[in-house]
Design a protein around this ligand. Structure first.
Ligand code: 6PG
Length: 245
């Protein structure tokens, strides 16, 4: 099931996202004692963190944070998705989020090795001692590129048909930097909840296409977890071309 929530301002979007994450985190912690979340880069960390970083009702101590995709650069490089999340959320919550619960790539490895090593980190959290086919995240937070890409899964790329690996490397990303790792579609499609977060009128054509014209099979349209929800958190600018329901 897909739900679309549009807000007059990015401030209101951030507050709604804050409440949504609070609810899913509380449900997950009640059910299995922890909350597993994957976060993307781009504009997402800022939109996500604006209100979340002040939310004292959330038990951040029970969070395990992964990256839906990461650029293969040092962790203190301005292109690092980790660095952006650190600035926006992890530093303000340094007392509450356990350092070992934030799963970063090993930037000294090649992209292929970094993808394999990242899968090991996922296995340690999601498959400790058990055989599991794919990790099941409580929540995966995704952005949407103007070409319809999400995570580092780009239109027309061979990674769109990956159906075995949990994490893949990509060395020809159309969006710089070229070297990245990304969670694959089977992982996105095993999540309990997926939320796309995007804002601005530069996104309105693609938002309209993705939500109203499913036949294009763009990367964002391939995210439809069999046992999970898909929610879109957008501002009115990004929603500008959607037909009223
Ligand atoms: C990345 C991102 C990427 C991003 C989209 C949207 O590392 O580049 O994870 O997938 O989410 O490109 O980015 P914006 O929100 O900045 O448009």
């Amino acid at each position: 099931m897909t739900s679309v929530y549009a807000f007059p301002s990015t401030d209101q979007l951030s507050e709604a996202l804050n409440q949504y994450v609070e609810k899913i985190s509380a449900e997950a912690i009640k059910k299995h004692g922890r909350f597993t979340v994957a976060v993307s880069g781009g504009s997402l960390p800022k939109l996500l963190s604006a209100n979340l970083k002040q939310n004292s009702r959330i038990d951040f101590n029970s969070w395990h944070i992964f990256f839906a995709d990461e650029r293969c650069v040092p962790l203190d490089h301005e292109d690092s998705n980790y660095l952006e999340l650190k600035k926006q959320l992890l530093d303000p919550l340094a007392e509450q989020i356990q350092p070992g619960a934030v799963h970063t790539i090993k930037p000294e490895l090649s992209p292929e090795e970094a993808a394999e090593e990242y899968m090991d980190q996922l296995m340690a959290v999601f498959a400790a001692g058990d055989a599991v086919k794919f990790p099941v995240f409580d929540l995966i937070l995704l952005g949407m590129g103007p070409d319809g890409h999400t995570a580092s899964l780009f239109p027309g790329h061979e990674l769109l048909s990956e159906n075995i690996e949990w994490v893949a490397s990509i060395s020809d990303s159309p969006k710089p930097p070229k070297d990245r790792i990304t969670l694959t579609f089977p992982v996105l499609n095993h999540a309990h909840n997926v939320a796309f977060v995007t804002a601005g009128d530069g996104k309105q054509d693609m938002v309209q296409k993705i939500i109203e014209e499913p036949e294009h099979e763009l990367p964002c349209q391939r995210v439809h977890p069999a046992n999970g929800t898909v929610s879109w958190f957008i501002d009115n600018a990004a929603a500008g071309k959607l037909n009223p329901v």
